[in-house]
Design a protein around this ligand. Structure first.
Ligand SMILES: Nc1ncnc2c1ncn2[C@@H]1O[C@H](COP(=O)(O)OP(=O)(O)OP(=O)(O)O)[C@@H](O)[C@H]1O
Length: 702
């Protein structure tokens, strides 16, 4: 049998590789030239910047801690632009998002209560701090309030109506404790993607870009906006700047309520203050802000309208920030003048408050005593929990608040405050049907269309892949190598992968049969593709599990993400499959038509990518590659070669094998290598012996 020559695909592959080589070479050349040009300016006092291969500015180490532009918000002209945009976005008949929660409990395992009856009222347009020691239950409280974790007891009301908070996810922003950002994108690309996917679909791209520019300036990232974000392994921007990107990604969505889990960790004092002032300003527009904060500076602490103090999963205090020292004073703690009240409060609620007491009455289990004290006092005399109704200022007025001190000292003494007549606890604001309808309309408008999100996700993924070119070239190389190895294994057969019994009248001259070589080639091919594709697939999909979760919980379309991602990997699958098929075709020369073989390989690459991405999404990040490789080997082994599919049929468990893409793939090879020989051999004997079907190529591919 003549060796099949795969001239056209081979020529195509070579031409493609040459073009790819030229493009990459030119890229290197241009970036080296640009780097050289940069070096000529090195003598100037401007901050040094490098360019990476894609022309992205990389901030050099020396510049990482350089002061950011416009830390002083009130001097930043972009701030007014930002405020105008955001006030336009959150204007909804003076109704924002307020939360009323009563007796919230979370008990993941019986007997282990993480939250124990937390109650409170967070009115729209108020700024809350949640404070407590490590493990006090702050993040759990956040998760329960946001609807990410189902509470085991208690009621949550949104605007006075018992509702599932998750329904409002398009209007809620959440800045997680860890910076979940895409390291291969620049600062601006990360924020712009969030804005494009979450802002109203009616917005023009020009407006979105202007809004993002103003926001980037307000969070002090203009000078690094074209720098890659990087990650902990390969940092490009500093940790504090990455934190600000994370905050920017949420502010870009103009949320009506924003939850921030330690937004100031990793920021220097000035930047932290600047970010909190920005948050304060948007709070004045009606945005509800709830922040977990550990060690706030005094001005930051005093900027919060209210604080919720947690200890051992219970409330220790909830109410106006200004009244917290008064409350602890009433318990016998003395606040030294000139000390940061936040520090003292943290000491007290961590059970280290005896330094501020004359007596030692509370030295035993102090946190439990504080909790009990709050509970009994709270029942006895209910103090106001929140400031008056939100003021919903105009952007200009909110802007002006930046120039007034954040903290107004109490006009009355602590004693006066303690003896003041008791005010009734404010009732929660109950939105009208009209306001609810308006909120619904706002939510409906939020977010780009599904098609637009597919486009943005696909574009973002292609950008990432271009910047991760090493992984791309590795995948092509592995594909070519695997194809070559499998081709070599069948090289000596010279394309004769099947021998059967000749048709009647010639059957007597038949030689020994060989029914196994063709399916074996399929089996080896499946395993080789599994090895070549599974690890890169985990990298492309699995590494983004946290990003995916973050985006899904803020209302991004999950299907758009997957679809966009899938479309973006098709070119690399095509190229890897091309290299695999060409090398395999040249060396093994099966009589199966090359396009059929290529299509089978391509679809099998696709299956392995799908499987590996699902695994990468559900298992731990470090386990992903190994488990994906193992799973792809298993589906390859379930290809119906050993044990033969005929045997599996006898056991009546063929359906199990048919669940594996490996069996369809092997069957397509079997079919492809045998059908051209139908004129010569009795193929039905071979199908009975192996259990594979013939002539079902379309079904196999499907
Ligand atoms: N789903 C869960 N199952 C079991 N234990 C949990 C669960 N969620 C939280 N915990 C435990 O509850 C406690 C409070 O956790 P949480 O993350 O809310 O604390 P935190 O106040 O945010 O702490 P930190 O400031 O250190 O982040 C911790 O001891 C944690 O291990």
């Amino acid at each position: 049998m003549a060796r099949q020559i795969v001239t056209v695909p081979f020529g195509f592959m070579i031409a493609f590789d040459i073009v790819l080589g030229i493009v990459v070479g030119l890229g290197f050349f241009i970036s080296a030239w640009r780097k050289g040009r940069k070096k000529n300016y090195a003598a100037l006092p401007n901050p040094e910047k490098d360019m990476d291969d894609d022309g992205i500015e990389l901030i050099t180490k020396g510049n990482k801690d350089a002061p950011e532009d416009h830390d002083d918000l009130s001097a930043n002209p972009d701030f007014q632009v930002f405020m105008r945009y955001i006030s336009r976005l959150i204007k909804t008949k003076d109704v924002g998002l307020s939360f009323d929660f009563e007796g919230l409990e979370f008990e993941p395992t019986p007997g282990k209560k993480i939250l124990k009856g937390v109650s409170g009222l967070i009115q729209s347009g108020s700024m809350w701090a949640v404070m407590g020691g490590s493990g006090a239950g702050k993040s759990t409280f956040f998760n329960v309030l946001m609807g990410k974790t189902r509470h085991t007891a208690g009621v949550i009301k949104v605007n006075g109506h018992p509702k599932d908070m998750a329904k409002y996810k398009k209007l809620i922003g959440f800045v997680p404790q860890d910076d979940i950002v895409i390291p291969e994108l620049t600062v601006r690309e990360n924020i712009l993607h969030s804005a494009r996917c979450r802002l109203p679909m009616t917005w023009k791209d020009r407006d979105i870009q202007a809004y993002v520019d103003a926001l980037i300036s307000c969070i002090g990232l203009s000078h690094v906006q074209h720098s890659l974000v990087g990650d902990a392994n390969k940092p490009v921007v500093s940790g504090g700047q990455r934190k600000r990107v994370s905050i920017g990604m949420e502010l870009a969505a103009a949320p009506m309520c924003i939850f921030l889990d330690e937004p100031t960790s990793g920021l220097d004092a000035t930047s932290a203050s600047s970010i909190m002032r920005l948050l304060k300003a948007i709070t004045k527009l009606g945005v509800t802000t709830i922040t977990i904060i550990h060690q706030p500076r005094e001005d930051i602490f005093n900027g919060f309208d209210n604080i919720l103090l947690l200890g051992l999963g219970s409330e220790i205090y909830a109410g106006p920030t200004i009244e917290a020292p008064v409350y602890f004073d009433s318990l016998g703690f003395t606040f030294p003048s000139r000390a940061n009240p936040a520090d003292i409060i943290m000491d007290i609620i961590n059970g280290e408050g005896y330094a501020y007491r004359q007596d030692h009455a509370m030295s035993e289990t102090p946190v439990a005593r504080l909790i009990e004290n709050w509970r009994t006092r709270h029942q006895r005399e209910i103090r106001p929990h929140s400031p008056p109704q939100p003021q919903h200022l105009l952007p200009e007025d909110a802007y002006n608040t930046l120039n007034t001190p954040a903290y107004d000292p109490p006009e009355q003494s602590y004693e006066d405050a303690l003896n003041a007549p008791k005010r009734p606890r404010p009732v929660s604001m109950i939105s009208t049907a009209d306001q609810e309808a308006e909120l619904k309309r706002t939510m409906k408008k939020r977010g780009a269309s599904w098609y637009a999100q597919v486009y943005y996700c696909c574009k973002r993924s292609i950008t990432q892949q271009v910047r991760l070119k090493n992984s791309f070239f590795f995948e092509i190389g592995t594909g070519a190598f695997a194809g070559g190895i499998i081709g070599l294994s069948a090289f000596t057969a010279e394309g004769q992968l099947f021998k059967g019994i000749y048709h009647d009248s010639f059957s007597i001259v038949s030689h020994a049969v060989n029914y196994t070589s063709a399916p074996q080639l399929g089996l080896l091919g499946a395993m080789a593709i599994g090895l070549a594709a599974s690890a890169p697939a985990v990298k492309v999909f699995g590494e983004e599990k946290l990003i995916f979760n973050r985006e899904a919980s803020s209302g991004h379309s999950m299907s758009a993400y997957y679809f966009g991602k899938m479309v973006s990997v098709l070119p690399r699958l095509f190229i890897a499959s091309l290299h695999f098929s060409v090398f395999m075709g040249i060396l093994a020369t099966p009589i199966m038509s090359w396009p059929d073989m290529f299509l089978a390989n391509l679809l099998y690459f696709f299956c392995v990518y799908g499987l590996a991405s699902c695994i990468g999404m559900v298992v731990k990040r470090e386990d992903g590659p190994l488990l994906a490789v193992m799973a792809s080997l298993i589906i390859g082994i379930l290809g119906g070669v050993a044990p033969p599919l005929s045997k599996v049929k006898e056991w009546h468990i063929e359906f199990l094998w048919r669940m594996s893409p490996g069996v369809w793939f092997t069957e397509s090879y079997f079919s492809g290598c045998l059908q051209p020989l139908e004129y010569l051999y009795m193929l039905d004997l071979a199908t009975t012996a192996t259990g594979f079907n013939l002539g079902k190529y379309s079904l196999d591919m499907g």
